[in-house]
Design a protein around this ligand. Structure first.
Ligand code: ZN
Length: 372
């Protein structure tokens, strides 16, 4: 995630805060300091309520972080490096370098998170019931920490991939059918279904109960849906393009067009070569990319007087790749930005053209022939 600030590194894992986290941090501190604490325990000054609100919120986020470290430390034990842990509006996420190679590893790594939250909940609950006097501000703060951790464990166990519960579900399906891709498709499919249920629940809350908190559920449902879809396609891309570089997939049989050519000439070019787009090159300078779409946007009677340079997508707005870029990563980027074509350049020279359609065709072929 961009817009993140690195706060510290523990066991070699950088921890960062995404800007959206500030929103949830403020919302939680405010609602504790101005709502929950004054309503639950009376007789303290505003400053004390604020201090309690902020400290409790910090402890809650320390719990979220501990949950993520629960996943991360087990992942490290299983030989999977962790790129970083990010705290954001919906909690935390530990970014693994790659997925586990075996369902039992995934089961252990995933279970470690909710187990950590349950342990914190149990410890805080025990402290509250055994050591503290109910009705004091500090006691109520400890109770809140226990409750939030319990909710966190339970919520994460909802079997909507890629939530922890969905990952556990995937690891079990994966264990039985021995195919991670199919297991992910099943888990992500069930996850989408659940995410729509969560969103429907949110709409019901808003329209039938007038409860504005339903918006939160709609957001969460939508996030789960998006995350599930993108982790599945990411996996498909990784499986298809494992270890491949852009240079292996790009077309090097380049037909270019001059920026000074008219659209009439460009149209002839399209008919002759039957490509969907041409790099615009003059001498050794690459100016950009021109596609069939650009021509279609200009009325036919103006083709003779309009030059390619007037309609092209300039180089700075074109996706430019290097020959040794990772193909799976590029495919993800093209899908995310909805880009159809990218120019491949090396030291300022145009060396190839990569089209998403070609990559999709390769994917279909790969699937038809089987992944092994
Ligand atoms: Zn988790």
């Amino acid at each position: 995630m961009n817009n993140s600030l690195r706060i510290f590194t523990f066991k070699g894992i950088p921890v960062e805060i995404h800007i959206s986290w500030l929103l949830i941090f403020s919302l939680l501190s405010i609602s504790l300091a101005m709502g929950y604490f004054p309503e639950t325990v009376e007789g303290y000054s505003n400053q004390v309520y604020w201090a309690a609100g902020i400290i409790t919120t910090l402890v809650i986020f320390a719990s979220v972080l501990t949950h993520e470290f629960g996943h991360s430390l087990v992942a490290l034990k299983e030989g999977i490096p962790i790129k970083k842990i990010t705290l954001f509006i919906f909690g935390g996420v530990a970014h693994m370098e790659h997925d586990p190679n075996h369902p039992s590893a995934e089961l252990k790594i995933t279970a470690a998170g909710p187990l950590t939250s349950l342990l914190i909940a149990a410890a805080a609950g025990a402290v509250y019931y055994l050591l503290l006097t109910p009705g004091l501000l500090a006691s109520e703060a400890v109770l809140i920490v226990a409750r939030v951790n319990l909710v966190m464990a339970v919520f994460n166990l909802v079997p909507a991939f890629p939530l922890d519960g969905g990952r556990l579900f995937r690891s079990i399906v994966w264990y039985f059918n021995k195919n991670m891709l199919t297991a992910t498709r099943i888990a992500a499919g069930f996850g989408s279904f659940l995410s729509f249920l969560i969103m429907a629940l949110g709409f019901t809350m808003i329209f039938f109960q007038g409860n504005i908190l339903g918006i939160w559920l709609i957001f969460i449902g939508w996030m789960i849906y998006q995350a599930g879809q993108s982790s599945y396609s990411q996996l498909v891309f990784k499986d298809t393009f494992a270890g491949m570089k852009v240079s292996e997939l790009m077309s090097t049989d380049l037909q270019t067009i001059s920026p000074d050519a008219t659209l009439d000439e460009l149209a002839d070019h399209f008919l002759h070569y039957k490509y969907g787009a041409f790099p615009v090159v003059y001498g050794s300078t690459t100016h950009g990319l021109v596609s069939l779409q650009h021509v279609k946007e200009i009325p036919r009677e103006k083709w003779a007087e309009t030059r390619v340079s007037q309609v092209l997508t300039p180089l700075k707005e074109t996706m430019v790749l290097k020959p040794d870029n990772d193909a799976a990563e590029v495919m993800m980027r093209m899908a995310a930005q909805n880009t159809g074509r990218a120019l491949v350049m090396e030291n300022g020279d145009l060396v190839g053209l990569l089209s998403r359609t070609d990559m999709m065709r390769f994917m279909q072929m790969h699937m038809a022939l089987g992944s092994d």
